[in-house]
Design a protein around this ligand. Structure first.
Ligand code: PLP
Ligand code: TYF
Length: 398
């Protein structure tokens, strides 16, 4: 039966982890996968999360099924986090939302829903984008094309080319946009650029699909949601996939949410019925624990304040590591302009290193990054930074 099955290529990022784990060098550094580790190099378990878990454990609850669309208190809290307190769409009850299995689960339910609605639409993703975007939307049945994004020479965003490419999209096409902390480049649009993009999306009748996996890792919880809030203010119909994997350091609990902003409450209730069909026929209903933890934190003033402080701590530490990497490279005599390291934001730095240089980093120095040149600066700490800087400098200079 399975004799004809071919071997699927492994995920280029998750595959790196296996290679890293097999490396026996004691001083190896994993800057591959997008995971935040703390100053001690450990994956944090946030104190706010621990406090919420202690509270939940103090009054143990039986584990029945959640509704198809998830834990209601969690979904409401996620809506507020994503759309903010001034949302016209939330006030008018025209957002159809459900608890999703991480940001990826939200993207998948959203993709399946949009494909049923308009199978002829093309999905546009940035060039480059998160590895999984293309596969996820093409597996949902869509044709996937790219719009220009990264400008290697200019160390930034090829904004005119981006507008030109989206100008070629046809009405009803879906445009996947990274809300903040673009993965992999770390370059985000300015507010003025977002306004220009939104005007174009509106004029050409395109469907924005915002992927917000790093809210709070750029400038702050509200600032990072600028594009979502601007689409809301513009009165557009759009989709948001949100993830708390990173912001709560709850990667394995699969805490995400999907939001479909509709034109009125009645339309939103029809949309909700459809995304629930997708959820029901895919996994029936979502898991309980992560959603209870997040709802407990977001629903309690003291725990929420503690979480916001812990999130700011992660954000600030990443900024320090960026500055530290740049200084160390300059001190090592690297001549090229390095200010891009601190202009980028979020977990990643797109270094401009070639695949051959990234492979040298790995084989000669035990420093693991993605062949595209992406380095996870959220995994730097004062212990490994000097070694990483020396390795990058060596690769750049010889
Ligand atoms: N979207 C982007 C851009 C990401 O970088 C990630 C990271 O994993 C995700 C979505 C998926 O997040 P989650 O782990 O919550 O599924
Ligand atoms: O880009 C990253 O490293 C993170 C983690 O299939 C990730 O977004 C990478 C690949 C993947 C799932 C998650």
């Amino acid at each position: 039966v399975f004799a004809a099955v071919t071997l699927a290529p492994r995920d280029p990022i998750l595959g790196l982890n296996e290679q890293f784990n097999a490396d026996t060098r004691a001083d190896k550094v994993n800057l591959g996968v997008g995971v935040y580790t703390d100053a001690q190099g450990k994956l944090p378990l946030l104190a706010s999360v621990q406090a919420a878990e202690a509270r939940l454990a103090a009054s143990p609850a039986p584990r029945g099924y959640l509704p198809i669309d998830g834990f209601a208190a969690y979904v409401a809290a996620a809506q507020k986090q994503v759309f903010g307190t001034q949302s016209a769409a939330l006030a008018a009850r025209r957002v159809a939302s459900l608890q999703a299995l991480g940001g990826t689960g939200a993207l998948k339910v959203g993709a399946d829903f949009l494909h049923r609605l308009n199978p002829k639409a093309t999905v546009w993703i940035s060039d480059p984008s998160w590895e999984n975007h293309r596969a996820l939307f093409s597996n949902a049945g869509f044709e996937v094309q790219t719009y220009a994004y990264y400008d290697a020479q200019g160390q930034g965003i090829a904004f005119n080319a981006l507008l030109a490419d989206l100008g070629r999209a046809k009405a009803g096409d879906v445009v996947v946009l990274h809300a903040c902390c673009h993965n992999p480049t770390g370059y985000d649009l300015t507010q003025e650029q977002w306004q220009a993009v939104i005007a174009l999306l509106q004029a050409r009748d395109l469907v924005p699909f915002m992927d917000m996996a790093y809210q709070g890792f750029g400038q702050g919880l509200d600032a990072d949601a600028y594009a979502v809030r601007a689409l809301d203010a513009a009165g557009m119909s759009f989709v948001v996939a949100s993830s708390f994997s990173k912001s709560f350091s709850l990667y394995g609990e699969r805490v995400g949410s999907l939001h479909v902003v509709s034109q009125d409450a009645e339309e939103a209730s029809r949309v909700l019925s459809q995304i629930k069909v997708t959820a029901r026929t895919t996994y029936s209903n979502p898991p309980t624990h992560g959603a209870k933890v997040v709802a407990t934190v977001l629903g309690d003033d003291a725990l929420r304040a503690q979480w916001e402080q812990e999130l700011a701590g992660m954000r600030d530490r990443i900024a320090q590591m960026r500055a530290g990497l740049r200084e160390a490279l300059e001190a090592a005599g690297v001549r090229q302009n390095l200010d891009f390291i601190t202009r980028q934001q979020g977990m990643f730095s797109y270094s401009g290193l070639s695949a051959a240089q990234m492979q040298r980093l790995r084989t000669e120095f035990g420093v693991y990054g993605v062949d595209s040149g992406r380095l996870c600066v959220a995994a730097l700490n004062s212990g490994n930074l000097p070694r990483v800087a020396a390795a990058v400098a060596a690769v750049l200079q010889s």
